[in-house]
Design a protein around this ligand. Structure first.
Ligand SMILES: NC(=O)c1ccc[n+]([C@@H]2O[C@H](COP(=O)([O-])OP(=O)(O)OC[C@H]3O[C@@H](n4cnc5c(N)ncnc54)[C@H](O)[C@@H]3O)[C@@H](O)[C@H]2O)c1
Ligand SMILES: [Zn+2]
Length: 660
């Protein structure tokens, strides 16, 4: 074992000044680790069969071989590329190693679950059964090894030296704020410390699972996350609660995990800062701790606002995303881009904060309306066109049946089609993550997953369009421009138009006739993208991406007119228009209530009656407040916190009213 370190930072002084290194991890020796794990699992094989759980757990950690293996994992950079490469053949092992880094402060039931994943590779014993028995034992499940050491000198003798070493060498392993992120840094100072150059980084780990039957009581995914904590606070979309609430409740009740449901209406019209504030208020009210992942359940809107609230709460609180719509299931769900709308602009406020676990389960799609399924498909088409030709071909094969069967949920007997649906979801997710996770903080603008999202964000809300239909028009126009740039052949563009049209999405919408709106949108997007348009479009072939940067207004107008002639015509069914392209067509509220006022003639204008829209805002806030008060009073009869909140809202409203 390395000598105990005395200081948290290593400083190297020279005539040039000082340089500071923060962490001191072991150089990975995977052969040695493998041998150590083999020895450990062989040594403890009889322990996992024991009936008495407390003694078994003690014996497990008292085993010298097991202690050596755990200690060596705690000193590894478990989120590094070399660890990922070493365990790439078995992602269950990789996840277990990432989790075991925290074996000392974590609840022993989570540690034993991670050991049970390794156990399947290293041992014949029934580790899963042991893990289930440990997690079901109320006396033991939540204890950490640190707790156990307090009462056992023998355990202290085995682990204390390592814990002291890590306190200086890598505090993440013994005093973590979160088990899902680590920081690093590098600092240089000149001799009189008048100039300091620093570099900082954060590394985040996450897991994505595509499974069916997440809410079946025999599925252990949510169990493993929440049983060791003993409690789950869930932020749930109201419609999802109506359809799935009973099943969600039954799952947690079956497993004896306390469930606190926080339910919100989450339509696009609700995607504003006041919803985020309400969630924050509720998280505080239920004393959510930053290292107990909140469970967010629903579509893209609740993913965005709930994730944003989690990002703000304690500056950073982890969350698990259980996706119930297609958009959340392959795009908004695993996305780090949490946000809400404001003043009529999509996603005006936000934070980069991905979930620690994303779960996509096709079963939920059975209760979606067809129109919602259809618009969700746009995000999959997006990934296919710029990232994955094989996915594009699968979409062509499945066609509009994806909509009519709601991703095979209405025809579970058609195993082949269901398999095709799973493959489409998996590949879409993979394409999305490949685009997004290397550029988490959007530190550059070469972002393939923004295909179709260059012009549409500016007209989606004014047109009252469903996100997917707005994106589909943007994709069609992007493919059209890609031909003009010489990036792809006309035949490729036609194939893209055909797929969009076959899936009943919009190639065309009359809002595209409004050049002012589209130009305005382009200018805003250019500003948002650091002064460049950087519009992703297919390049070379379908499945590969390139960027268009120069589209002056005169060209934009000419191209829009030419695009209209190409797609808004008899060559396509419905003259290139989509089926049910508007929020209102599928029973969703017009999102214009986020700040864009709807004129009586049906068109939208941002200028229209500022005072009226403020008045609407006030009324809406009141409605929410009253709802909240009623809910809180009904829940516990306590009104202190509500009174404070009411006071805040009143002040906010007075501020708005004073501007009228
Ligand atoms: N953060 C990102 O990277 C990202 C990416 C793509 C889209 N988005 C955002 O996602 C939003 C669109 O997401 P969406 O299409 O999921 O919309 P949504 O969340 O509004 O869901 C659509 C409707 O379906 C309901 N619903 C969801 N799941 C259901 C189910 N299983 N059964 C019955 N009803 C269900 C919802 O209550 C809602 O009324 C947009 O606001 C968009 O900006 C964000
Ligand atoms: Zn989108």
């Amino acid at each position: 074992m390395a000598a105990v370190r005395r200081a948290q930072h290593k400083e190297v002084a020279s005539v040039h000044g000082k340089s500071i290194a923060y962490y001191d991890l072991d150089v990975a020796d995977f052969k040695k680790l493998d041998a150590s794990l083999k020895a450990a699992f062989a040594s403890v094989s009889a322990i996992v069969e024991k009936d008495e759980i407390f003694t078994a757990v003690q014996a497990l950690f008292l085993d010298a071989q097991m202690a050596a293996a755990l200690i060596s994992i705690s000193r590894l950079a478990v989120f590094s590329a070399e660890v990922a490469k070493e365990f790439s053949h078995d992602l269950g092992l990789l996840k277990a190693v990432k989790t075991l880094k925290y074996f000392y402060p974590a609840p022993v039931s989570s540690v034993v679950f991670s050991l049970s994943s390794l156990g399947s590779a290293y041992s014949e014993s029934n580790w899963l059964d042991f893990a289930m028995r440990v997690s079901a034992d109320a006396q033991v499940a939540k204890l950490s090894l640190r707790d156990l050491c307090r009462t056992s000198p023998a355990l202290t003798a085995l682990y204390k030296e390592n814990a002291d070493f890590l306190e200086c060498a890598d505090p993440h392993a013994v005093f973590p704020t979160s088990n899902f992120r680590v920081c690093d840094g590098q600092v240089n100072a000149n001799p009189d410390a008048s100039v300091i150059e620093g570099v900082m980084s954060t590394t985040i780990t996450t897991t994505i699972n595509i499974q069916t039957g997440i809410l079946s009581t025999d599925n252990l995914t949510l169990y493993q996350m929440y049983k060791p904590i003993g409690k789950c606070v869930a932020v749930i979309d109201q419609f999802v609660e109506e359809h799935w609430g009973e099943k969600i409740g039954a799952y947690f009740a079956h497993h004896g995990i306390e469930l606190v449901k926080l339910i919100y209406r989450a339509m696009e019209a609700d995607k504003d800062i006041s919803t985020v504030e309400t969630i924050l208020f509720d998280l505080k009210k239920h004393a959510v701790s930053r290292n107990e992942p909140v469970l967010i359940v629903g579509g893209g809107v609740i993913a965005d606002v709930g994730g944003f609230a989690a990002a703000l709460y304690h500056r950073n609180t982890s969350y698990v995303m259980l996706c119930t719509s297609i958009v959340s299931g392959i795009d908004a769900g695993p996305s780090p881009r949490t946000c809400c709308d404001g003043f009529g602009y999509k996603n005006l406020y936000g934070a980069y904060h991905p979930p620690v676990l994303t779960l996509t389960d096709r079963t939920f799609f059975s209760t979606l309306r067809e129109g919602w399924v259809r618009h969700g498909l746009a995000e999959i088409v997006k990934m296919a066109v710029v990232k994955d030709l094989s996915l594009f071909e699968l979409l062509e094969k499945a066609g509009p049946r994806l909509v009519s069967t709601k991703f095979g949920t209405s025809c579970p007997e058609d195993a082949e089609f269901c398999q095709l649906c799973d493959l489409i979801i998996g590949k879409a997710m993979e394409g999305y993550v490949k685009s997004e996770y290397g550029n988490l903080w959007e530190t550059h603008q070469c972002r393939p997953h923004a295909y179709g999202h260059t012009w549409s964000p500016g007209y989606e809300i004014p047109a009252g369009m469903l996100h997917g239909h707005a994106v589909a028009t943007g994709m069609g126009f992007g493919a059209f421009l890609a031909v003009k740039e010489g990036f792809i052949e006309e035949a490729d563009a036609q194939r893209i138009y055909r797929l969009i049209s076959d899936l009943e999405l919009s190639l065309w919408h009359p809002i595209l006739d409004d050049y002012d709106v589209v130009w305005e949108s382009q200018m805003k997007m250019t500003q948002k993208r650091g002064g460049n348009l950087c519009a992703p479009v297919p390049k070379g072939t379908i499945g590969a991406c390139g960027y268009i940067n120069d589209v002056p207004r005169s060209r934009l107008e000419t191209e829009l007119a030419a695009y209209k002639a190409t797609v808004n015509c008899s060559a396509f069914p419905r003259d290139g228009k989509g089926i049910d392209p508007h929020c209102a067509d599928v029973g969703l509220e017009h999102p214009g209530t986020t700040g864009v006022h709807k004129k009586a003639d049906g068109s939208d204008s941002e200028e229209a009656s500022d005072a009226e829209s403020r008045m609407e805002e006030i009324n809406r806030l009141w409605g929410k407040t009253i709802g909240l008060v009623e809910k809180s009073l009904a829940e516990d009869g306590k009104s202190d916190a509500v009174a404070t909140f009411m006071e805040r809202v009143k002040q906010d409203m007075e501020k708005v009213a004073s501007q009228l």
